[in-house]
Design a protein around this ligand. Structure first.
Ligand SMILES: Cc1cc2nc3c(=O)[nH]c(=O)nc-3n(C[C@H](O)[C@H](O)[C@H](O)COP(=O)(O)OP(=O)(O)OC[C@H]3O[C@@H](n4cnc5c(N)ncnc54)[C@H](O)[C@@H]3O)c2cc1C
Length: 359
């Protein structure tokens, strides 16, 4: 059923939207796509690729919901990762972390189109948006999924780590639609993009903005030293090969130059070099940064299971047979206490110091 051009008032009369959209009934899988600095976030792509499998199993359409400010250039990408259609909405109120604006728009799109399943990547925005949406729609939500499947009766079945990752629990969503879940970063594979795959882009215009309860004032980038390691874009991780606490200053210097967070193996935590909440691995955190530098970490399974979905992996180790080298994109055979300062020195040479402000 085609609604044609339409205009409707969103919750609390805050926005009006217009566009051309086809009704799908209580069918289809939707993925909320987020972008950052002109790139789609990796967790959104992970979620999309996994959702493609669900859509194939159900033989239903996979739609990507791309909201933001000036994000049109990204609209062709979700089909490369499996989406059949992209709902694109651009408005300045949808930039940054404006939960009210996103909630109004997504709630109305869902009410109008009744998707069967709605998935989010577990990001700071989604952590606020998804529960509010679930409450407004009076449906359930399972957060931070490690795995999503559809059972024989069509229910969304979600597995997630519980008790700090010591166990996994499986939840089945109630039949009310949409069945909702957010997907934790780093648990699912991103398939190589297929640039020949095209999808329909449905442009939706938010033609009248209005006040929300929250006003965006300023974007303050998180301090890599304090940001949760699961959110870190780059991680310098230390293991027993750090040898002594005094060497931590070398790691801090490198991390500061890169703008990276510091993590560690369990041995590093046990030695008091890194706080427990920064342990990477089976009993620590699962991370998927763009860059992971493993300094003196042997690469045993309980550690690698927590970082194996990182982007580029650099390994510094004195043992050429260390299993960690199997995961390395860049391997350096050498002593942490010599290699790390050498990298920091080189970075100082190639990274231009910030320019003086013009008077
Ligand atoms: C149930 C269970 C859960 C666990 N959970 C976790 C977990 O969540 N996270 C985790 O990390 N571990 C976990 N472990 C522990 C895990 O099995 C390993 O013991 C641990 O990861 C090893 O840490 P490491 O690599 O720092 O130390 P090691 O295995 O001792 O490796 C040290 C490495 O440093 C290299 N090295 C030594 N000196 C230097 C130097 N000067 N320069 C460069 N390289 C050097 C060595 O060649 C070696 O490869 C768990 C274990 C169990 C049983």
């Amino acid at each position: 059923m085609t609604l044609g051009n339409f205009a409707f008032r969103v919750a609390k009369g805050l926005f009006t939207m217009e566009g051309d959209i086809k009704m799908t009934g209580a069918k289809g899988i939707w993925v909320f796509i987020e972008s950052e600095r002109d790139e789609i976030r990796k967790v959104s792509l992970e979620t999309l690729c996994e959702a493609r499998k669900l859509a194939n199993g159900l033989n239903e359409e996979l739609c990507a919901l791309l909201l933001g400010d000036k994000v049109e250039s990204l609209a062709e990408l979700p089909p490369h990762y499996g989406a059949d259609r992209v709902f694109l909405m651009q408005h300045e109120s949808l930039s940054y972390h404006n939960v009210d604006a996103h909630l109004n728009v997504v709630a109305n799109l869902v009410k109008e189109n009744s998707p069967r399943i709605l998935l989010f990547g577990s990001t700071p925005l989604a952590k606020e948006l998804a529960p509010r949406l679930a409450a407004q729609l009076r449906v359930g939500l399972v957060t931070d999924a490690a795995d999503v499947k559809i059972d024989a009766s069509g229910k969304l079945v979600v597995r997630k780590p519980v008790y700090g990752g010591k166990a996994h629990a499986t939840f089945a969503c109630a039949p009310a639609t949409p069945q909702m879940a957010s997907v934790a970063p780093g648990f699912m594979d991103v398939k190589p993009p297929d640039a020949s795959r095209k999808g329909e882009v449905v442009k939706l215009a938010l033609v009248a903005g209005g006040k929300t309860n929250v006003e965006f004032i300023e974007f303050i980038k998180g301090d890599p030293r304090t940001v949760a390691i699961t959110e870190a874009e780059m991680i310098v991780a230390v293991g027993r090969g750090l040898e002594k606490k005094e060497n931590l200053s070398l790691i801090e210097e490198l991390a500061d130059k890169l703008g990276a967070s510091i993590g560690g193996s369990r041995v590093a935590v046990d030695n008091g070099w890194v706080p427990a909440e920064r342990q990477v691995g089976m009993t620590g955190k699962t991370v998927a940064p763009r860059l992971y530098i493993a300094c003196g970490i042997s690469g045993q399974y309980p550690h690698t299971v927590g970082m194996e979905r990182s982007g580029t992996v650099m390994v510094i180790n004195t043992d050429r047979n260390a299993p960690m080298f199997k995961l390395a994109d860049i391997g350096v055979l050498g002593d942490v206490s010599q290699v790390v300062p050498a990298i920091s020195k080189r970075l100082s040479e190639v990274i231009a110091p910030p320019k003086e402000k013009a008077q």
